[in-house]
Design a protein around this ligand. Structure first.
Ligand SMILES: [Zn+2]
Length: 164
């Protein structure tokens, strides 16, 4: 009998120990969640409010061009022509130029991207019709659907800037 009682007591003690640990983990997760919310909110706001460094237009993330200048500063643009115009007035060659794959939104180096000029405008105000793709099949598909032309290496909008 004695051993049954004591066994039961141990069992109960064990249960409350588990509960306490569980509460502690949930509490900690809550602290991280609350602490993380403003950061996530700021990021989302900053991204939603991202403006083109050239014309101040709102940047549609899918068409964003980002240039890392010689000083390591990042500059974001709403479309390819804005980035080109800005680049034309820079004395120093940028460190890197990043574009976004129109299919996935993934950022990639402009040097390895496929560019297609099609009938579809990306931005009305600049009349930009250059589309960017990471994968060749996506670029070819867009060109086929929207009467586009694949831009060769020499026609790559960032051809000169991308050169080593
Ligand atoms: Zn712009």
């Amino acid at each position: 009998m004695l051993s049954w009682f004591s066994g039961n007591d141990v069992g109960r003690a064990g249960d409350s120990e588990v509960k306490r640990t569980g509460c502690w983990i949930i509490g900690l997760a809550g602290v991280f969640l609350v602490a993380g919310l403003p950061v996530a909110g700021n990021w989302a706001r900053r991204h939603a409010d991202a403006r083109c460094a050239l014309d101040g237009a709102k940047i549609d993330p899918i068409f964003e061009v980002r240039i890392l200048d010689a000083k390591g500063q990042s500059h974001e643009f709403c479309c390819v022509p804005c980035a080109q115009w800005w680049l034309a007035h820079q004395e120093e060659t940028p460190v890197a130029i990043f574009v976004r794959d129109e299919s996935t939104g993934a950022e990639l180096n402009a040097a390895s991207a496929y560019f297609v000029r099609s009938l579809v405008t990306t931005k009305a105000s600049t009349g930009d019709r250059v589309h960017v793709f990471r994968d060749l099949p996506d670029a070819e598909k867009h060109a086929h659907l929207f009467r586009g032309t694949m831009l060769g290496d020499s026609e790559n909008p960032f051809h000169f800037a991308c050169q080593e």
